[in-house]
Design a protein around this ligand. Sequence first.
Ligand code: S3P
Length: 437
Amino acid sequence: MSAVLDWSSRAAGPLRGEVRVPGDKSVSHRALMIAALAEGSSRIHGFLEGGDTRATAAVLRQLGVRIDAPAEGERLVHGVGLHGLRGSTEPLDCGNAGTGMRLLAGLLAGQAFDSTLVGDASLSKRPMRRITDPLTAMGACIDTRAGLPPLAIHGGQRLHGIRYALPVASAQVKSALLLAGLYAGGETEITEPHPTRDYTERMLHAFGWPITFEPGRARLSGGHALQATDVEVPADFSSAAFFLVAASIVPGSELRLPGVGLNPRRIGLLEALRLMGADIRVEHARASGGEPVGDLVVRHAPLHGVALPEVLVPDMIDEFPALFVAAAVAQGRTVVRGAAELRVKESDRIDSMATGLRALGAHVEETPDGAIIDGGVLAGGGAVETHLDHRIAMSFAVAGLIARAPVRIHGCAHVATSFPGFLELANGCGFALAVVA
Ligand code: S3P
């Protein structure tokens, strides 16, 4: 993926209209993987056509799974059954996707064949011991480059279930261990220091695998089978987040975001913005494909700073770049603590946001596990770096709406990993975003 696409974002009038954000990334990854291991064919509706999820589809195809794409946002996965994957001698390229690599590592640890998982420059810097340590405790054999990708997974190991208390709340680690647990003898039980998104648990259940789970705990045993079923992917709350912040901070705005996934483990930003004074309503709350969804209606409202309750952190872990922008223009001080995980995302998101916002005139002090942001106005404009991180790019597109001078955002190609079509959708509701040569 080219890293040299720059955008400029500048102040515009009020944001208005309806914004249909693409399908959920977490659900799309899991739907592909679990459907691939099922018996029979599963249809996925609302699939995210992003770089990350397409990379996962390509890896599964390389492992012998037929995946048809009958239409945009739709996939028909012809499952091969739990033991039907075929090994590949070529590296399996997960692109930019931490979720793809970590979940696939769990899934591949119990196969009869060897695999090598690789990723792009950003993914190659992300910590993998958090999965390789517990997978090794289950009997897996995985080599890393000092804890970083590539992951060389040695097949033919006999896995056994473990009881594992996650040291850090991480749905990726939990999911990797549950997927390995499908191939393990005995029971695998995972407990979490704080509950995280439970899509893997819900989806395994929907595909007929016996699993018990509650917030903070999940338990399953190996030796069952997955039966194909259709999956309805909701719109991604993490993509909606940019529009929730944008409409909140641009005077006169009102946006409607239909069909957004509202899994309780994903909507911490909703609560955080409301604590800051935002005006966001949920309409037509309903269930779709076993997930809570609703239409979000957001109107401009004056925001004020908050001491963010730490308990919200895991429920909004991907939304901090957008929250930092809201905090930079809110009246008063916002304090974020307990969010050290932000330093090991697609970039060090505390540093990326603090540095970029300061360049635009904001007062942001980094702390090891968060930031102190004294909000007000973004008095300047200028150049900011995305560090090839999709969410940093989109957050600065939002910041440009309210900065006193245009913002040039360096390195926006990665936006397509999670949000293809962001620029067009954003401009369609009133952003003034342009590609610059
Ligand atoms: C994800 C879990 C989170 C999140 C990521 C997607 C998932 O990562 O940041 O974007 O789909 O399980 P961690 O598990 O590392 O917190």
